[in-house]
Design a protein around this ligand. Structure first.
Ligand SMILES: Nc1ncnc2c1ncn2[C@@H]1O[C@H](COP(=O)(O)OP(=O)(O)OP(=O)(O)O)[C@@H](O)[C@H]1O
Ligand SMILES: [Zn+2]
Length: 723
């Protein structure tokens, strides 16, 4: 009897062996059920061993094989690589590939009805109502839907089917996605765009692993260019599949509509807002190779494609590609590894590529394709710094006279303004005027943000939230609590006073909850029904507002605080992205950037449009300090219910650190968020030269550690956030 080595999607150190009954068709990659402890568990066959492996052993047997094509070798290798790289259990990675288990089974079916055109021998009032509904219906309907629409019982529907007036058909409840068409016409590309598209298409035809960077200014047509690569992939091989990764907040209706317009059908979606039904449908259709284009947020990288030939990572610099919880991975970097294992073409696209990516391009690992201009009449916006030291807003106000002047002129010209402030709510801090207390989440150092819209105080780190108290919780003074600093709601209040006739809206995750609300705001903006839009980073990406000509950045300095190695780079990227919303059609755009630090290299580069100069400064600093991409970093976070316990654990962990070539260990130190949900946190940072296998070092170190059950440890290879 053959033996199957099965990996289960759980944090177990290794796979287990099972006997394969003769009547089961099991191969490497099969999705199977097998007994583990008291239960039948889903697992993956990672290896098939010959009959001799069963000799002298009593093995439990595989119980069932799921009717899903086996997971490909490339996918299994990818999961194994990712586990090793992120210092995680392979089973943990497998569980990320099995996020919609109902997708392993074929879709359920339901019975739907269409009219046959025949008149039933006996006609009643109820039957006539049903036939009226059916005559008006565009699509087949279930008995329950028909009964509801006609206001009759579903027995009437069945009676009509028996009488021959309706035809019953069984259809899947999760139907396949409609076929995409690569041959619809795309935009007529500019010379520069065509050149880039030609290179991508040539690599697609060669069917090899190759990574490209589309380095194109905002609005230069990066999307149009990678559309050509998608079309070429679909055209060249009827089984080839394409994955497009976008930051979750850029997965807007607008981008989905562009795909639909270009390929004749909507792509298969994958993001956190899907229902279970949508999720299992995308998973199933991807696993069977029928979903040809999948568009998703970072976790879509773990879908089990049959034949993945092209991966696009749009906005590749975006911080949201880094997963921070559980298995911490960077979807951009992992995409390149997956592309290598799948022998696929990988396309990274950005107007502000990450330093890591630029360095990879310069070392020749990626091919850089440049798009230097917007097509047609559209110009890049002029960026002007407003020195708030010279032109400070009035007390309690946040907009300089320069910016207000431009906003009024824009309104008078019938054009739109976008004010950007990456702070939700009304005020980022609430203090008591009587006793000076700063309101924090209990047991932590996190400030509470005032939200006027909901009259609540909210912690943006932990999600803790309370109704705004009448009295100071510290000294009991009445009406003494005061919001300090600006949030979008407060800036909106200021604009309402300054420009009473302007139509003003706020666009943040508080005001745009759910697709409909977001669509509403975007549509009103597109239709010119909003004069001033005040938004957080959710406005920064993916939107094309043709009549938007002025962008005002309220507080360019807010992202620079916090001593994070990428703070300058991130600020530069975010602000260029925001500025890039202006002037995307015929009318020229401008961006005014309010700052107290106009001499900061990130601000100067922004004003001069000198991205490469900025990257050069960043690069020199990081090379000097041996920081990524010139060295490697890993972080370890320990947490425990008490400070004593976590300090003891940190000492034990430090004592076990092996000596390694060129490895430097920093810490333990209190993590920047020292207390989170009642747990005290300590952090180590580990720095190594580039050529050291830091994952192997970490796994050798952490493998030796035994911690008390109350202490938790997490590892973050290539940390981005230093929380
Ligand atoms: N060759 C072209 N002909 C006509 N319109 C074009 C062409 N290229 C791009 N566009 C239009 O210009 C706008 C910007 O293009 P696109 O969104 O592809 O740029 P991008 O570089 O991906 O933008 P972003 O700055 O959002 O990353 C879109 O409305 C697009 O349809
Ligand atoms: Zn007080």
């Amino acid at each position: 009897m053959a033996v199957a080595r099965i990996l289960f999607p759980m944090p177990l150190p290794e796979p287990f062996d099972y006997a394969v009954p003769e009547d089961l068709d099991v191969e490497e990659g099969s999705y199977v059920a097998a007994p583990l402890g008291k239960h039948q568990r889903l697992g993956i066959v990672v290896e098939m061993l010959g009959d001799e492996a069963a000799e002298g052993r009593t093995l439990k047997a595989v119980s069932e094989v799921y009717p899903t094509p086996p997971m490909t070798k490339a996918m299994r290798d990818f999961l194994a690589f990712a586990a090793r790289y992120t210092v995680s259990h392979p089973g943990h990675l497998l569980s990320m590939a099995l996020r919609a288990r109902a997708g392993l089974l074929p879709s359920a079916t339901e019975t739907v009805f269409t009219a046959t055109g025949e008149t039933p021998p006996r006609m009643t009032e109820a039957r006539a109502k049903v036939l009226d509904v059916m005559a008006a219906a565009d699509d087949p309907m279930t008995a329950a839907q028909i009964a509801e629409a006609a206001g009759v019982s579903s027995g009437v529907v069945r009676g009509l089917a028996e009488a021959g007036a309706l035809r019953a058909t069984d259809v899947p409840t999760d139907p396949p996605f409609p076929p995409v068409n690569p041959d619809l016409p795309g935009a007529t590309l500019t010379a520069e765009q065509a050149e880039a598209a030609t290179e991508l298409c040539a690599a697609v035809r060669e069917d090899i692993f190759h990574t490209f960077l589309i380095d194109g200014v905002t609005g230069s047509g990066k999307t149009e260019v990678y559309f050509e690569a998608i079309a070429e992939t679909l055209r060249g091989d009827p089984e080839a599949q394409v994955l497009v990764l976008l930051p979750e907040i850029a997965l807007t209706q607008a981008i989905l509509s562009r795909f639909t317009a270009r390929f004749g059908a909507a792509p298969a979606p994958w993001h956190s807002g899907l229902s279970d039904k949508e999720r299992r449908r995308t998973w199933r259709e991807t696993a069977h190779g029928r979903a040809r284009i999948v568009i998703g947020a970072r976790s879509a990288l773990f879908l089990p494609f049959r034949k993945l030939k092209l991966i696009i990572v749009d906005e590749e610099h975006d911080g949201s590609f880094k997963q921070e919880d559980g298995v911490t991975y960077h979807a951009r970097d992992m995409s390149v590894m997956r592309g290598k294992l799948e022998e696929a073409v990988v396309v990274l696209a950005s107007a502000t590529p990450a330093l890591e990516t630029v360095v990879n391009a310069e070392m020749g690992r990626y091919t850089r394709l440049k798009l230097s201009a917007r097509p047609g009449a559209a110009r890049l916006p002029d960026v002007e710094l407003v020195d708030l030291r010279a032109d400070p807003p009035a007390k309690g106000m946040w907009l300089s006279s320069r910016l207000v002047h431009e906003m009024r002129a824009t309104l008078a010209a019938g054009e739109q303004t976008l004010l950007f402030l990456n702070r939700r709510g009304y005020a980022p801090l609430v203090i008591c005027k009587a006793c000076g207390e700063r309101l924090k989440t209990p047991g932590t150092e996190n400030w509470l943000t005032e939200h006027r819209y909901t009259n609540r105080l909210v912690c943006h780190v932990t999600g803790y939230s309370i109704l705004k108290p009448q009295m100071c919780p510290h000294c009991g003074a009445a009406d003494s609590l005061m919001g300090v600093g600006p949030g979008v709601e407060r800036v909106a209040e200021e604009v309402r006073v300054l420009m009473p006739h302007a139509r003003i809206e706020i666009f943040s995750s508080d005001t745009a909850q759910g697709g409909d609300a977001t669509r509403g705001i975007v549509e009103r903006m597109e239709n010119g029904e909003i004069d001033v839009l005040i938004g957080t980073q959710i406005v920064a990406k993916g939107h094309n507002f043709p009549n938007l000509t002025l962008v005002g950045v309220v507080d360019a300095d807010s992202g620079m605080k916090g001593g994070d190695l990428r703070a300058g780079e991130r600020t530069y990227q975010l602000l260029s992205q925001v500025a890039g919303r202006a002037g995307r059609a015929e009318r020229p755009g401008r961006a005014l950037v309010q700052t107290y630090a106009p001499d900061n290299p990130a601000m100067l580069a922004l004003a001069d449009g000198d991205r490469d100069g900025f990257l050069q400064i960043e690069r020199d600093v990081r090379a000097e300090l041996g920081l990524p991409p010139f060295g490697r970093l890993a972080a370890v976070i320990l947490s425990a219910p008490s400070a004593e316990m976590v300090d003891q654990a940190a000492r034990d962990v430090a004592a076990l650190a092996p000596n390694g070539q060129g490895i430097e260990l920093f810490g333990p130190a209190p993590a920047p968020i020292t207390v989170l949900r009642g747990r005290h946190r300590r952090r180590f940072l580990v720095k190594s030269p580039r050529n050291v296998d830091l994952s192997a070092y970490m796994s050798a170190w952490l493998g030796k550690i035994k911690l008390p059950a109350a202490v938790r440890m997490s590892v973050d290879i290539d940390p981005y956030s230093f929380l």
